[in-house]
Design a protein around this ligand. Structure first.
Ligand SMILES: Nc1ncnc2c1ncn2[C@@H]1O[C@H](COP(=O)(O)OP(=O)(O)OP(=O)(O)O)[C@@H](O)[C@H]1O
Ligand SMILES: [Mg+2]
Length: 138
């Protein structure tokens, strides 16, 4: 079966979070990630898609791409919104920091679950969070 190498899904309503999860579960499983890594990746998708929905104050989009290196398979996920932005990125990543009165564990969790995380944000312009996970090619 041929696998698509790249795709995207909008994040506009709560149901889109579920759609993003299902999509990436499917993509990562088909790409050859093991069950444990698939769970990690899907958990990260959940947190990042929910952050767009809850915090951004705008629509957003999730883009995904499969990455190939000799002996390795990777998945890169980009969450982009056009919302209010994050004033202090280091603070936002700290475990327990929240502006919403929730747990404040989303971004710190994502950092732990994924191999790479990069946050770019501009106040009033939006936020782009890129994460990647690598596994052994089957
Ligand atoms: N896309 C975003 N746009 C604007 N602010 C964001 C965005 N993502 C995260 N933030 C800010 O970073 C803070 C920390 O995010 P994090 O996901 O760690 O915690 P939380 O969403 O507040 O709580 P939890 O994820 O545990 O329910 C948020 O409270 C919010 O202020
Ligand atoms: Mg969160």
């Amino acid at each position: 079966m041929a696998i698509e190498e790249t795709g995207e899904n909008p994040i506009k309503n709560e149901g889109d979070i579920v759609t993003c999860r299902k999509l990436i579960r499917n993509v990562a499983t088909t790409a050859g990630f093991g069950m444990t890594d698939v769970t990690r990746i899907v958990t990260a998708v959940s947190e990042l898609a929910r952050n767009v929905y809850v915090h951004a104050g705008s629509d957003g989009v999730m883009r995904w791409q499969l990455l190939y290196q000799p002996g390795k398979i990777g998945i890169q996920l980009v969450f982009e919104d056009y919302g209010k932005g994050i004033p202090d990125i280091d603070q936002a990543i700290e475990a327990g920091f929240t502006t919403a009165g929730t747990m404040g564990m989303g971004l710190s969790g994502v950092k732990r679950l994924m191999d790479e995380m990069h946050i770019q944000s501009e106040l009033g312009i939006g936020t782009t969070i890129t994460v990647a996970k690598w596994g052994r090619a089957k």
